[in-house]
Write a protein that binds this ligand. Structure first.
Ligand code: TYD
Length: 137
């Protein structure tokens, strides 16, 4: 079944609180529901810019705001929800088949994205009308 917005989850990560500074971590499939195949990060985003604006057929993702803040807007073709991310001890799990955009980046924000697949242009659904068609809506 193609996932919908109820499958998008904010997941808390372990947080080792320490007077020397806190530490969080992810081990494959213990904190997030897929094996990490690729990691990328988005940084130096000029004010007012938007990233994303597509969906994936196969790729699942987990997004953490390692620094600063930004909003992740997810849309399953029926409804839309905005997740503000601004902590490094939680992140947003986005299954395949969800339209997503990242907006409202603060100065010096850093978005870490863990992906379940290697990079593939063919996995992208780049147009919203194509996405709606893909979802059978
Ligand atoms: P894109 O996924 O469109 O960025 P965003 O969703 O953040 O707006 O990727 C931007 C460019 O970077 C595009 O030319 C593809 C390339 N790219 C890679 O080569 N490898 C990767 O792992 C990713 C995520 C992107």
């Amino acid at each position: 079944m193609i996932p919908n917005l109820s499958d998008v989850k904010l997941i808390n990560l372990p947080k080792m609180e320490d007077p020397r500074g806190n530490l969080s971590f992810i081990e494959d499939e213990k904190q997030i529901p897929f094996k990490i195949e690729r990691t990328y990060w988005i940084y130096d985003v000029p004010g007012g810019q938007t990233r994303g604006g597509h969906a994936f057929k196969e790729q699942q993702e987990f997004i953490v705001a390692l620094s600063g803040s930004f909003d992740v807007v997810v849309n399953d073709g029926n409804e839309q929800k905005t997740y503000p991310l601004n902590r490094s001890y939680h992140g947003l799990f986005i299954p395949a088949g969800i339209w997503r955009e990242m907006t409202n980046f603060s100065t010096n924000s850093l978005a870490l994205v863990m992906s379940s697949t290697a990079f593939s242009q063919d996995d992208y659904i780049r147009g919203y009308p194509e996405f709606i068609k893909y979802k059978g809506l």
